[in-house]
Design a protein around this ligand. Structure first.
Ligand code: NDP
Length: 336
């Protein structure tokens, strides 16, 4: 078994030396277990949090432990009544090529419905994050303006398209002309703004002539700064992620104290700012799988994957994810 373990806790941006590739023997599955061959590994921004010892909503990966992660795998040996050799499953096996599972993390996939790798993206955790956060907290109504950044990525691409399915106007923010063109021309965003082109505040104001009713927060940083003045009365802000800050060290920010201004806007504009971790909405998963599979089949929901070959390339790809080097849902092809 080839596996990547956490070698050191990163300071700021993760480095290749924070990871270590190991080769170890793998046990035979015991009664009630299956042996999995990992086909695809999902790389997601939350993994930066797991590398840190700081208190968060999930326990950190310890030094020397296999990096956690969602995977798509093939059952290659089974002593579990519900899974047979050859089954394709979604699992939570981490950054490795083989894994033992007791079945509790497994969900059988039907490869005739969609390519199995989509279980890590548009039909998996990121797609569900978009669906549950947008519909439960954002509640976009027809004609309203919904803004989302990282718009070509796994979560943001689904947010914009689901907003449009609900009749809202979707405005995307993405880094660079290629991602912007993709969001507009392939995903159908009504307007797209390039946050790397400068003048973000002005560009965004032009793209949102009626203000912003729903801001799906993926990044924080300068994007939040540009969005904030444009928020309408009763705007809803599902706080999903703050990727611009994941590599920040725990030092106090310099500059003026912006908290009183934020609190004043929450009060005077009656804003709803609500954080969430997708698993909170787990009871909505069956509805999501059903609806998203239909939307995918009918072409209303499109997606892009950024596939990197080889488990050994996962650390470099992950470092790039935090800087916007990925273009679409980042997946490592481990086997397949
Ligand atoms: P993406 O596929 O969107 O990849 C990350 C993207 O973030 C990059 O490609 C880049 O896009 C953008 N980005 C990085 N740094 C910055 C920055 N400083 N300013 C603006 N944009 C930046 O990742 P995901 O779709 O998987 O995740 C999107 C967000 O959703 C993350 O914050 C993640 O943590 C969060 N999330 C939250 C969950 C929850 O349960 N709350 C579950 C899943 C994800 P570009 O080049 O276009 O700027």
């Amino acid at each position: 078994n080839r596996r990547i373990v956490l070698a050191a806790r990163p300071k700021g941006e993760p480095r290749i030396s924070d990871f270590r590739l190991e080769t170890v023997a793998v046990a035979e599955p015991a009664d009630g277990q299956v042996l999995l061959e990992i086909l695809y590994l999902s790389l997601d921004p939350y993994m930066r949090g797991r590398m840190s010892a700081a208190k968060s909503y999930a326990r950190p990966v310890e030094i020397g432990e296999v990096m956690e992660g969602g995977t798509v795998a093939r059952v290659i040996a089974s002593r579990h009544p519900d899974f047979g050799k050859g089954d394709i499953v979604c699992s939570y096996s981490g950054w490795q090529s083989l894994a033992i599972s007791d079945g509790s993390d497994l969900r059988k996939l039907d490869p005739s419905l969609a390519p199995p790798s989509t279980a890590l993206g548009v039909l998996g955790m990121p797609g569900f994050t978009a669906y549950s956060g947008l519909l439960t907290i954002g509640k976009p109504a027809a004609g309203e303006t919904v803004v989302v950044a990282a718009a070509s990525g796994a979560v943001g691409s689904a947010v914009g398209q689901i907003a449009r399915i609900k009749g809202a106007r979707a405005v995307g923010i993405a880094g660079g002309p290629e991602k912007c063109a993709f969001a507009r021309d392939e995903l159908g965003f009504d307007a797209v703004v390039d946050h790397r082109a400068g003048n973000l505040a002005e560009q965004l104001a032009d793209a949102c002539p009626d203000g912003i009713d729903v801001y799906f927060e993926n990044v924080g940083g300068a994007v939040w700064g540009a969005v904030f003045p444009l928020l309408n009365e009763f705007a809803r802000i599902p706080v999903c992620g703050l990727i611009a800050h994941y590599n920040d060290e725990g030092t106090a920010p310099s500059g003026p104290d912006r908290l009183p201004g934020l609190m004043r806007a929450i009060l005077t504009k009656s804003l709803t700012i609500r954080g969430f971790i997708q698993r909170e909405f787990a009871d909505q998963r069956p509805a999501f799988y059903r609806e998203a599979t239909e939307w995918l089949a009918s072409g209303k929901l499109r997606y892009k994957e950024d596939i990197v070959d080889g488990l050994e390339n996962a650390p470099d790809a992950f470092i790039g994810l935090l800087k916007g080097r990925n273009f679409g849902k980042l997946v490592v092809r481990v086997a397949a």
